[in-house]
Design a binder for this molecule. Structure first.
Ligand code: ATP
Length: 245
């Protein structure tokens, strides 16, 4: 069988050598697919993304067991910028945009690894096509955008490197329902343009709507997985995550 784009096997993650955030977590993301990871607060979703994007160390965390393979190669020993150059880019939770830079400057910062100016302009134009509101506000400071627009800018910044795998941490957090739908549609469009997405979501309705497959994470452990349709039909998921009995 062909190697999936991302394969996480038996992953253990701890913070400060004490708090165990993930225990024996295995999951796969196939090239060009959308995979959602659902789970409540503190389930370990962000820790999983940090492990994959190699950012755990900045938060006092470490991988203490298991492997993460991307494009068939073990990511152990690589740092965040090395994985970004390989096309694996994370959009962090809380839409951390540069508040004192304009929209356009934020995008340029996201494309810092793209050395060719023409390629960078093309990437920026693709982002503007995807998020017309960012084109309209290209000269506005990041800090003055609404929450939804900041989320779009954070996603746009990550897209500047034309990633093969986009890691999205709770893009719907704190957004009004209409905007959540809009972000969901944009994820689908990004995917249709060829980017695989690993989507972390507390909003299971949105996660299962856009994903092909999904995993449920509870207290650091995978408790269910399957196609999005299978999980949406499961009594347990319906009761606990979709709010229907
Ligand atoms: P949330 O939705 O609140 O972000 P989550 O599912 O993403 O939750 P994590 O943030 O990965 O969960 O947290 C998993 C566990 O790891 C929790 O017990 C949390 O307290 C702990 N943890 C997370 N970050 C750190 C850190 N920097 N230092 C110590 N413990 C941490």
């Amino acid at each position: 069988m062909a190697e999936p784009l991302l394969r996480v096997e038996h992953l253990d993650v701890s913070y400060d050598g004490a708090v165990q955030a993930l225990r024996d977590v295995s999951l796969e993301v196939g090239a060009g697919s959308v995979v959602a990871v659902l789970g409540s607060n503190g389930a370990g979703k962000t820790s999983l993304l940090r492990a994959v994007s190699r950012a755990l160390g900045s938060y006092g965390g470490a991988v203490t067991g298991g492997t993460i393979r991307y494009q068939g190669a073990d990511l152990a020993g690589l740092d965040t910028s090395a994985v970004v150059r390989r096309g694996l880019v994370q959009v962090p939770e809380g839409r951390r945009v540069f508040r004192d830079l304009t929209v356009e400057e934020n995008l340029r910062a996201g494309g810092f690894t793209v050395r060719d100016g023409k390629a960078r302009d093309e990437a920026r134009d693709r982002v503007f096509d995807l998020f017309p509101v960012l084109a309209e506000r290209r000269g506005q400071l990041g800090g003055l955008l609404s929450g939804g627009q900041q989320q779009m800018l954070a996603m746009g910044r990550a897209l500047m490197t034309s990633p093969e795998l986009l890691l999205l941490d709770e893009p719907s957090l704190g957004l009004a329902p209409l905007l959540v739908d809009q972000i969901g549609e944009i994820v689908t469009t990004i995917n249709a343009q060829g980017t695989a997405v690993l989507l972390i979501e507390q909003n299971a309705v949105m996660g299962l709507r856009v994903a092909d497959r999904a995993y449920v994470l509870e207290v650091g452990h995978v408790t269910a997985s399957g196609s999005a349709a299978e999980l949406a039909a499961s009594d347990d998921v319906r009761e606990r995550y979709l709010g229907v009995a």
